[in-house]
Design a protein around this ligand. Sequence first.
Ligand SMILES: [Zn+2]
Length: 397
Amino acid sequence: MEVLVRPGDSFWYYSQVFSMPLPLIEDSNPDIDPLRLIAGTPVQIPGYITETYVVQPNDSFWSIANRYQSTVEQVQLLNPNILPNQLQIGQTITVPIRVSQFVVDDPGQYTYEKMQQDLNQLLTIYPFLRREQIGQSVLGKDIDEIQIGRGQKTVHVNGSFHANEWITTPVLMRFINEYALSLTNGRPVRGLFLLPFYQTVNLSVVPMVNPDGVNLVIQGADAAGDRKEEVLAINSQQADFSQWKANIRGVDLNNQYPALWEVEAERKPTSPAPRDFPGTSPLTEPEAIAMADLAKTRNFARMSALHTQGKVIYWGFQNLEPPEAEQLANEFSRVSGFTPIRFIDSYAGYKDWFIQEFRRPGFTIELGLGTNPLPVEQFPEMYEETLGILLANLYMP
Ligand SMILES: [Zn+2]
């Protein structure tokens, strides 16, 4: 929601009037110097939307504010050109509405476009969220990263490396939404107030690493555009793409990393396939490259990749993981009920490469139980279990 600066206004004053933490107002207006507010400048107030109200007989600013659980001060700020004692019947007034509901409320068939819609809404309501395009998919879709927080320590999570594990995307989107709701409403999540973590942690989220693959699984071959014949050929002419894990070229993005890649190349498919083909060499695919570049530029303190299924947490790679990886895995396990597992006979994944490259804690976390793609009916339980892990990611040192 936007207000126009009046002479004498300050971010501190807006923070009081709207009961909104000052850092969130500052970060929602990155181009404005709080010490040099200029009258007439539009300022973003996070956590609010507006509605238009038509003045009725006997209305006053006070009665209108009351009707919307707002205050006279708020209504005055939004209507700087209307004098309270000159309200006219039929005149329109802008009223603020505090957002207390989720935007991300439908995890079903969560395509790239559905994610974009939710992201656009979240960024409009919560301008302190930062979106960056970290690369493009084979079909040219922007791969989005969302960052939340002003801390020096960057903690990263991602979802949908594997196409038919797309339910991990709405899990992350819902969490971004819950984090923003908690911050703007001063509402704790599981007893935790999150503003201190906003100050000390920078959370980086890539909710959909493989957008082309996700749309292929959900929408079928038409989602592949010019590559329709190619994906049908790779899929043995089957119209059902529910078993597809790869990107649109039939390369398994989580087998693309130079961390014992040769081991996988030796025993996995040698040509494009719905799953497991590691490519002709490491890091040939734009989605995998974008994620490698991101890890390098952001200097992640730790990283978690969400997959399905199994309710397990993989946390080791060739003894290269640091000691704190075990403590983190144990805490993740405690809050989710998932089983921590150190080693697995699987290589060339993002987690493997991350541990090898940076010697920092990296995790592959398998949500839910059953056969992929997991039914959306599992979402509520899956979200609750994962929420514990995502919070631990913020509060663990
Ligand atoms: Zn997976």
